[in-house]
Design a protein around this ligand. Structure first.
Ligand SMILES: *[C@@H]1O[C@H](CO)[C@@H](O)[C@H](O)[C@H]1NC(C)=O
Ligand SMILES: [Cu+2]
Length: 384
């Protein structure tokens, strides 16, 4: 081997060794978060004595839950779907259940919590409120699980979507349909979900911004704002379109390692380019369907919380995996306050965030700087 090609080979292998995998990033984030909990590393925030290594809850990947843990989660989700709405009667005719309250709040908040400074923060708050409702209103014994985007190369047969009794229900029935936004080709679903725990589920709010093939004939809502009662089946088109591109483990790792400020971190997470759809939308469009593919109404899809749990985990890994920048990254905040207006007021860390009727008691209107860390403010959880 000529010296120059030897050098190339050595350099190449060094690069291979120095590229952190997403598993390395998760491990480092766990180590550093534990140091913060032990008080040997500062994140610049103060925390009460009631959040420590013994009390912190651990959010796990859905496929890593035991079968009993999955059944317990499914039970709690079904329970919240069976409780009555707490919204003012008649104001939102499509809001029948306590679960629908979460969908309505998201529909109301959509323009101010996407592509804005509080995108990550508000959704962290919102998922925690859901997890809290499962615990306080349905006696849920576990923690909110997440879907690790890079884990399954065949999503329809994953433990989340394989349709067995421990899954979140199956794919939609295979119906002929065309693809949608951003060049997504149709997958093997497109019809109603009929198998597993959420088989034959009825949804009522929306659609508001459907991305499914109009030829499927999904019934329009009687109200322009999507709040009318529009009973129809839950549809999915679980597909692998993004598994080998934007949701590949190496792409997820490089998204974390290549962005050093929260502005570029959250913008590149959300902004699709002609070359590649962004990570956030890729996750939504891997489940797709109705209402899963509708930015306003997507929480009506029961796996919304697994996808957004992972989005929160992605941010948590980015905040925590480097000991030297953990403190700075924890409190970074950047961006506007309205998704359609690039000149909207800049978000401030003291801006209050609103959850309305889905806020846990006494916990509505917390400022963004209370939502910086998963182990400060109202939160006490880490990811595994
Ligand atoms: C959904 O409805 C279809 C048709 O009635 C039925 O065959 C199927 O077993 C149902 N699925 C569930 C999970 O109840
Ligand atoms: Cu959202």
């Amino acid at each position: 081997m000529a010296p120059s090609s030897l050098l190339t080979a050595v350099t190449a292998s060094l690069c291979l060794f120095s590229a952190l995998t997403i598993d390395d990033i998760q491990k480092q984030a766990t180590i550093n978060a534990n140091k913060v909990l032990e008080g040997t590393l500062s994140d610049g925030l103060t925390r009460g004595a009631n959040c420590n290594k013994n009390t912190v809850s651990i959010r796990k990947e859905y496929g890593d839950l035991t079968k009993d843990e999955r059944l317990e989660y499914i039970r709690a989700v079904k329970c919240i779907r069976s409780k009555p709405s707490k919204l003012p009667a008649g104001k939102y005719p499509g809001a029948k259940t306590r679960y629908d309250d979460f969908v309505v709040v998201h529909m109301n908040m959509t323009p101010s919590v996407h592509s804005t400074a509080n995108f990550m923060h508000w959704h962290r708050y919102y998922i925690w409120a859901y997890e809290t409702a499962l615990k306080t209103e349905c006696d849920f014994k576990g923690s909110q699980p997440y879907w690790n985007w890079g884990k399954y190369s065949d999503l329809p047969t994953s433990p989340i979507f394989n349709g067995d009794e421990w899954s979140m229900g199956g794919n939609g029935e295979n119906v002929k349909h065309s693809g949608g936004m951003m060049g997504i080709p149709p997958g093997e679903g497109g019809g109603c979900v009929t198998k597993g725990p959420f088989g034959n589920l009825t949804v009522s709010l929306g659609p508001l911004m459907s991305t499914m093939d109009p030829a499927l004939g999904i019934k329009a809502n009687s109200q322009r704002d999507g709040y009318g009662n529009n009973q129809r089946c839950l549809r999915r088109d679980v597909n692998n379109h993004y598994m080998a591109s934007s949701l590949k483990p190496t792409n997820l790792a490089s998204h974390i390692t290549s962005n050093t400020a929260i502005g570029t971190f959250q913008t590149t997470l959300q902004n699709d380019t002609p070359q590649m759809s962004a990570i956030h939308s890729s996750g939504h469009f891997s489940i797709w369907g109705d209402p899963g593919g509708d930015v306003y109404v997507s929480p009506g899809e029961p796996t919304f919380w697994l996808h957004h749990g992972q989005l929160d985990r992605h941010w948590w890994m980015w905040q925590n995996y480097l000991e030297a920048s953990l403190k700075a990254r924890t409190s970074m905040y950047e961006g506007g306050t309205n998704w359609l207006n690039p000149y909207s007021a800049k978000g401030k860390v003291t801006d209050k965030q609103w959850l309305s009727v889905v806020a846990p008691t006494g916990q509505d209107g917390l400022p963004s700087n209370q939502l910086f860390s998963t182990i400060a403010g109202p939160f006490c959880y880490v990811y595994q």
